[in-house]
Write a protein that binds this ligand. Structure first.
Ligand code: NAP
Length: 522
C-alpha cells in the first residue's frame, strides 16, 4: 500500500535519493524505500502553502472545523493498518498505539470544537468617544489572525499524536495556517499513511492541495531549508535539545526571523514529601518504577529526578524500587540512535558519582534496560550534569538532608515541563512554601500522581521555561496551543464595510470584550 513518496501539495513525488525505515525491534530494513525530500520539494511545498494560505485562512470557521473532523475520521479509518506499521517502525506496543490514535483523532475533534467556539480569536471592541477631551478616542477593534504557513517537525516518540497529524499540525490548521511537515525519519510509513488521510480530507472539503505537504528525509539540511524558507511563518518541534537549538538558530538568523516553538528536554522533578513517604513508601516505590519504565521511558514527562528526605521511610522506598525494577522487562527503544544516546546517558550518570539502586532485565541489541540511581543532595548539586535529561527508562533518587535542601535544588534547576509533589495533609505547610519555586520552574504542577500522561484539554499546559521549551509562554498540548500560530491585528476607525464580520456591532455568538467587559449575546 505504501508508495515511499513525499506528498507535495497533492502530488505524490519520488526522489533522486532514497532511505529505508528500520524495524525498531530487529534493526532490519523495512519495505518500501522512501524518497529523500529535496530542496526543490521544500520550496514547492512552501510555495503551495503560501498560495493556499489566504483562501484557507478565510474559510468559514464551520468549514475549517468540518475539515478537522474529516481528517479525524479518515485517520481513525486507517485502523489496524496504521497501528501495524507504527508498531514495526517505533517498536511501541499495539495497545499504546491504538490509544495514541484515539488521542490523535480526539485532539483533532477537540480543535474542531474550539474553532467553532471562536473564543480563541480574542475579539475586542473599544467604541469611539468622539467627545472625549482633550482628544477624541478612536474606534478600535481587535482579533487574532493566522500567522501564515507553519513548519512542523514530527516527533519520534509519538508517531501519531505528535507527528504528521499531531498536536502541532492540529493546532496550526485550527488557527487557519497551512502546514508543511518534516516527517521523522524513524517512521516514514506511518507518516505516509496519515498524510494520505489528510489529503483525502482536503479533497473532500474542496480545499487547495497546498494546505498540507509532507517531506521526508534523513538529512539536517532538509529541515534547515524548511525553517529558512521565507514563506514559513512559525515552527513547531519536539525532539532533542541540540535539534531544537539548531532550528532556533536558523529561524533567528533569517532576514525575517520567525518563532520556533520547540519542546526539548525535561527531567520532571518529583518531590516525595516526608509525611506522605512515611505512610506510603512502598506504594510510591512501585508506582515510580511503573511510571519511569512506561513506554521504555521515552516520554518527555518521564520522572527523571526524584527528591526525598533521608529517613527510614526513604530507605524502604529505595528497597522497594530495587525490587520492583527487577521485574521490569527490557523494552525495544524507538531508534538505534535513541538507544545509543540512552546508553551514553546512563554511563554519564554513573561517571558523576551516582550509585546504582537496581536494574530491570537486560535485553538484546535494540532494547533499553530500566535503571535507577541514587545520589546525595550535596553530590547532586556538585554535578550539574546529573540534572540533564537521559531519554529512556532511567531516573535518579536524590536524598536530601531536609526541605531546605530540596528547595535549594529545585530553585537551581533548569526549566521543566512538569514538577510533582507527593504529599499528605501534614506536608501542606512545607508544600505551600515550595509553590513559588515550583511556579517559576515548570509549566505544570502535579499533586499525588506521576507525570507521565498528558490530558488534551482546555486548561492543560505542556510547556515550561527553557529548555523544557523555547518559549515558556506557550503550550504544545491542549486548545491553548492554537495561540502559538495567531497574531493580533487592531482595526482603527475602519468603516463597517471593511471590518471582519466578527467585529461588527450587534449580537455575537462568540465571547467578545466590548468596552472592557466580557460579553456574549446570543
Ligand atoms: P532529534 O534528533 O532532535 O530529531 C527530531 C527532528 O528534527 C527530526 O526530523 C530531525 O531530522 C530534525 N533535526 C534534528 N536536528 C536537526 C538540525 N540540526 N537541523 C535540522 N533538522 C534537525 O530527535 P529524535 O530523533 O527524536 O531523538 C534524538 C534525541 O532527542 C533522543 O535521544 C532524546 O534525547 C531527544 N528527544 C526528546 C524528546 C522529548 O520529548 N523530550 C522527544 C524525542 C526525542 P533529521 O535528523 O532527518 O535532520
Amino acid at each position: 500500500m505504501l508508495t515511499g513518496k513525499n506528498l507535495i501539495a497533492g502530488e505524490w513525488r519520488n526522489g533522486a535519493a532514497q532511505f529505508t525505515a528500520v524495524e525498531a525491534a530487529s534493526g532490519a530494513a523495512l519495505e518500501p524505500a522512501f524518497a529523500q525530500g529535496s530542496a526543490q520539494d521544500v520550496a514547492d511545498a512552501c510555495a503551495a502553502a503560501a498560495a493556499a494560505q489566504p483562501l484557507y485562512a478565510a474559510l468559514p470557521l464551520s468549514q475549517r472545523a468540518a475539515f478537522l473532523r474529516s481528517m479525524a475520521a479518515k485517520i481513525d479509518a486507517l485502523g489496524d493498518t496504521l497501528t501495524q506499521r507504527a508498531m514495526l517502525e517505533s517498536g511501541l506496543p499495539e495497545a499504546r498505539l491504538n490509544g495514541e490514535r484515539g488521542r490523535t483523532v480526539g485532539q483533532l475533534r477537540l480543535f474542531a470544537e474550539e474553532v467553532e467556539n471562536g473564543g480563541w480569536q480574542g475579539l475586542r471592541i473599544d467604541h469611539a468617544q468622539p467627545d472625549r477631551a482633550p482628544l477624541p478616542k478612536p474606534d478600535l477593534r481587535m482579533r487574532k489572525i493566522p500567522v501564515g504557513p507553519v513548519a512542523v517537525f514530527g516527533a519520534s516518540n509519538f508517531p501519531l499524536a505528535f507527528s504528521v497529524a499531531g498536536g502541532d499540525t492540529a493546532s496550526a490548521l485550527a488557527a487557519g495556517c497551512c502546514v508543511v511537515v518534516k516527517g521523522h525519519p524513524a517512521h516514514p510509513g506511518t507518516s505516509e499513511l496519515v498524510a494520505g488521510a489528510i489529503l483525502a480530507a482536503i479533497h473532500e472539503a474542496g480545499l487547495p492541495e497546498g494546505v498540507f505537504s509532507l517531506v521526508n528525509g534523513t538529512e539536517n539540511a532538509l529541515g534547515e531549508a524548511l525553517v529558512k524558507d521565507p514563506r514559513i511563518a512559525a515552527v513547531g518541534f519536539t525532539g532533542s535539545r541540540a535539534g531544537g537549538l539548531a532550528l532556533m538558530g536558523h529561524a533567528a538568523a533569517r532576514p525575517v526571523p520567525i518563532p520556533v516553538y520547540a519542546e526539548m528536554s525535561s527531567v520532571n522533578p518529583v518531590v516525595l514529601m516526608p509525611a506522605r513517604m512515611e505512610e506510603a513508601a512502598e506504594a510510591l516505590g512501585n508506582a515510580y518504577v511503573g511510571s519511569l519504565s512506561l513506554g521504555a521511558g521515552q516520554f518527555c514527562t518521564n520522572p527523571g529526578i526524584v527528591l526525598a528526605i533521608e529517613s527510614a521511610a526513604t530507605t524502604r522506598f529505595i528497597a522497594t524500587v530495587a525490587e520492583a525494577l527487577a521485574a521490569i522487562p527490557a523494552q525495544t527503544m524507538l531508534t538505534p540512535g535513541i538507544q545509543s544516546a540512552y546508553a551514553k546517558g546512563i554511563a554519564a550518570i554513573a561517571g558523576h558519582g551516582a550509585t546504582l539502586v537496581g536494574t530491570g532485565a537486560e535485553g538484546s541489541g535494540t532494547c533499553g534496560r530500566a535503571q535507577v540511581f541514587t545520589v546525595s543532595g550535596t553530590d547532586f548539586r556538585a554535578n550539574p550534569a546529573l540534572g540533564h535529561e537521559v531519554f529512556g527508562p532511567s531516573s535518579i533518587i536524590v536524598t536530601c538532608a531536609d526541605m531546605d535542601e530540596v528547595a535549594a535544588i529545585l530553585a537551581g534547576m533548569e526549566g521543566q515541563l512538569t514538577t510533582t509533589l507527593h504529599m499528605a495533609p501534614g506536608d501542606y505547610p512545607a508544600a505551600r512554601d515550595l509553590m513559588p519555586i515550583l511556579e517559576g520552574l515548570a509549566g505544570r504542577i502535579i499533586a499525588n500522581a506521576w507525570p507521565t500522561g498528558v490530558e488534551v484539554t482546555h486548561a492543560m499546559v505542556h510547556g515550561g521555561p527553557f529548555p523544557a521549551t523555547s518559549d515558556g509562554r506557550s503550550t504544545s498540548v491542549g486548545t491553548l496551543a492554537i495561540d502559538r500560530f495567531l497574531r493580533p491585528v487592531s482595526y482603527q476607525d475602519l468603516p463597517a464595510a471593511l471590518l471582519p464580520k466578527a467585529l461588527l456591532d450587534g449580537p455575537s455568538t462568540v465571547l467578545r470584550r466590548v468596552d472592557g467587559r466580557f460579553e456574549t449575546q446570543g
